[in-house]
Ligand binder design. Structure first.
Ligand SMILES: Cc1cc2nc3c(=O)[nH]c(=O)nc-3n(C[C@H](O)[C@H](O)[C@H](O)COP(=O)(O)O)c2cc1C
Length: 369
């Protein structure tokens, strides 16, 4: 029997994937509080999921300023590089590929999570309205201060430094997080961005920071090992735009000029409906990009098989299904039943709901195979 395309290899830029099933980036808030490093549990968790064609790490802050939630990991210190190296070595030994998602939360933070209780930074001094978790409770995010133009070179250096650290830590590439209402998405959308300088107003101005960051990390990594995540149609973390169709069209058009590993599109409202403006044709956007298109959001087996076969996606990223199914790729291939995810253990905690979801048993494997 010939394999369905979803289960066949694909080369995304310079990254060779053994199948087209991707583990989406998933924040799980289990890093060591004292230094924001991953530890043994993370090694186990990611290694368990090495059957994916590609693993994208949980969002990982490029600087202390880029942190917005308790117990999320970073990639700015030597200790973090060493800790992540243990994860990449183990995933590679298990035959997997892994890229790191580089993150700056911008205004989705709280003064208590910032060094010296400083205000978080954003395009404009407008609070996100989204909640965050400070290690004890859910709290409202703080009112941010507007980033000054003079600070942008410093920010670009921090992205460059984090990208170089990810390379030292042995990743196969990096994914630039430009989605879900975090810093780069805040700049791109006209809801949170009310600036009147060269970083606000026109599409060219609002997307300037994203492309400057992309250019900065491309001084460290070849484009074939860099992906980018976008969510133009999502209002996640309070970041909305008055014309998402135009924003998507503009950004994808410009990204087409880079020879990136992939474009990772959240198709619709993050974790919600797969809906986008009527004037947006996802197939046309994919054609405009021209490279590897990674679709995400609400995919099940049937939709993944269909979209990969018919062309709307080259790769499919699964979020919640990967939380609950370490062997998701195998389960999808065998059309086996999936474990249900326990929402109460998504954020924070230890092994429970993290590394203890069952793999298919020998009996189930026999039955399915
Ligand atoms: C627990 C949890 C953590 C998430 N963390 C991240 C993250 O760190 N970075 C990111 O880009 N998206 C994050 N997301 C969004 C997912 O990557 C994905 O876009 C979303 O779950 C929709 O995909 P799905 O329907 O396959 O779950 C998270 C979602 C969940 C449920």
């Amino acid at each position: 029997m010939t394999k369905h395309t979803l289960f066949t290899p694909h080369t995304a830029g310079k990254i060779e994937l053994k199948n087209r099933i991707v583990m989406a980036p998933l924040t799980r808030n289990r890093a060591r509080p004292e230094d924001d490093t991953p530890h043994d549990l993370h090694v186990t968790y990611y290694t368990q999921r090495a059957g994916a064609g590609l693993i994208i790490t949980e969002a990982t802050q490029i600087t202390p300023e880029g942190k917005g939630y308790a117990w999320t990991p970073g990639i700015y210190s030597e200790a973090q590089v060493d800790a992540w190296k243990r994860v990449t070595d183990s995933v590679h030994a298990a035959g997997g590929k892994i890229v790191m998602q580089l993150w700056h939360v911008g205004r989705v933070s709280h003064t208590s999570l910032q060094e010296d209780g400083k205000k978080p930074v954003a395009p404009s001094p407008i609070a996100s309205g989204a909640p965050t978790f400070d290690g004890t409770q859910m709290i409202d995010t703080s009112e941010p201060r507007a980033l000054e133009v003079a600070e942008i070179p410093r920010l670009l250096d921090e992205y460059r430094h984090a990208a170089a650290n990810a390379k030292k830590a042995g990743f196969d590439g990096i994914e630039l997080h430009a989605a879900n209402g975090y810093l780069l998405d805040q700049f791109m959308k006209d809801g949170p961005n009310k600036r009147e300088d060269t970083y606000g107003g026109s599409l060219e101005n609002r997307t300037r920071l994203t492309f400057e960051v992309l250019d900065a990390i491309l001084t460290v990594w070849e484009p074939g090992r860099v992906g980018i995540r976008l969510s133009p149609f999502s209002g996640a973390n309070g970041a909305t735009d008055s014309d998402p169709a135009a924003l998507a069209d503009y950004v994808v058009g410009r990204l087409a000029r880079y020879d990136l590993a992939y474009l990772h599109m959240i198709e619709g409202e993050t974790g919600g409906p797969r809906s986008w403006p009527n004037e947006t044709d996802l197939a046309a956007l994919k054609a405009k990009f021209g490279g590897t298109w990674m679709g995400n959001n609400g995919y099940d087996r049937e939709l993944a098989l269909k979209n990969v076969a018919d062309g709307p996606a080259d790769l499919v990223a699964f979020g919640v299904p990967y939380i609950a199914n370490p062997d998701l790729a195998q389960r999808l291939e065998l059309d086996a039943e999936l474990n249900a995810a326990d929402k109460s253990t998504f954020y924070g905690g230890g092994a429970k709901g993290y590394t203890d979801y069952p793999f298919l048993s020998e009996a189930e494997l026999k039955k399915a195979g």
